[in-house]
Ligand binder design. Sequence first.
Ligand SMILES: Nc1ncnc2c1ncn2[C@@H]1O[C@H](COP(=O)(O)OP(=O)(O)OP(=O)(O)O)[C@@H](O)[C@H]1O
Length: 453
Amino acid sequence: MPELEELWAIIRDELQRSLTPVGYKTWVTTAKPIALNQNQLIIEVPEDLQKDYWERNLATKVVEYVYQHTGGEITPIIQTANHDEIRQTTTTSPQEEVGERNTATITPTFMRPTHLNSRYTFDTFVTGKGNQMAHAAALVVSEEPGTMYNPLFFYGGVGLGKTHLMHAIGHQMLALRPDAKVKYVTSEAFANDFINSIQTRQQEQFRQEYRSVDLLLVDDIQFFADKEGTQEEFFHTFNALYDDKKQIVLTSDRLPNEIPKLQERLVSRFKWGLSVDITPPDLETRIAILRNKADAEQLQIPDETLSYIAGQIDSNIRELEGALVRVQAYATMKHLTISTSLAADALKNLKLAGKNNELSITDIQNEVAKYYEVSVADLKGKKRVKTIVMPRQIAMYLAREMTDNSLPKIGRSFGGKDHTTVIHAHEKIAQALEQNERLQNDVRELKNNLRTN
Ligand SMILES: Nc1ncnc2c1ncn2[C@@H]1O[C@H](COP(=O)(O)OP(=O)(O)OP(=O)(O)O)[C@@H](O)[C@H]1O
């Protein structure tokens, strides 16, 4: 039997030949051979989702390949990586080749009356820690609809890419099976269709339409709450499709059991498949999203400026994209090239609009002091120990970011410091935020506390 590395190279080559490029990138490049002990090959993958896929689809192939090449028998053992470990984030889409390969077949089928947004593909979806699982699950159901995760349920905050992923599933499925019938609706559109069908006595056609699809995508199902009749109808639609092994994908801003007035029988059905949450992107992912957008629009914009914009908006991707558009419009209006200071000007009003006018420097000092368990007097004082310098700089940073006070005024509020000290503190924290994940969380939490106080 060859050594571990050599064996893995054989397996990888074979898998590369048998999988699609995107499948290879998603499942194989994320896996690591850990050990070969007494014919047990330990393979480590990032999450349960990949483990599942490996066990169902790839493990037997591995046994076959090893047998073909070496005549030996091995047992692959798939295990997940330690969850505490910082996981690698993929900031570029692994879909590039597939995108190119499929363009020729995609176009005509997209003319179907289903409303898929042509921009929302796997190709344009940037993956990072907060959406990696959702992305992988989306890929599985687009390639193997109705078998592995049915229904697939995405949940998470506003503007984090749930709709985008849903459409991407639709596009990918149509690329692989151009004759597939894909239907995307919001829960409200479903409800309206249903009510219209009653009014126009076309219930039969309505049922026919919804129950004959291969993939049903229903967005924002939290709006089913309070709609008893619609829930009833959806229950039957769900059952018909499910029994027929047709794929159902749903999204919501929260878990099914947290949706008020959603019938218990729907809640329990939604749990049959896989529920995956999407969490806000980290700074690195936000920069990658902006870079993708800027490139797609052929915008000349320095990396430093993209980092700045990404640092300003830390939760909603829709707002992040909006900020880029705003900067672009501002540059056009002023006939200037895009730079960080131009971006700061362009976003100033936006930030002010989101600012809490009531918020004072004192509020910030109190909150930061409480958060880091130091005294406000220390924040205003001159002590140079690290446990105080860092909170002091964070408080100055927040005062600059979240209030409309001038630099000299902020300096004065910190025990009569010079405005250059405030500028230095702001730069220091802004820079550290680009890399320091712990600090990103601290600042996010502090901002949230200050906004809701
Ligand atoms: N990972 C990503 N890569 C690239 N663009 C993204 C990503 N996530 C979201 N976007 C973009 O952000 C915008 C908002 O995403 P989307 O509409 O899918 O959010 P959502 O979670 O469905 O929000 P809502 O809850 O408001 O329906 C879209 O333009 C989408 O293309």
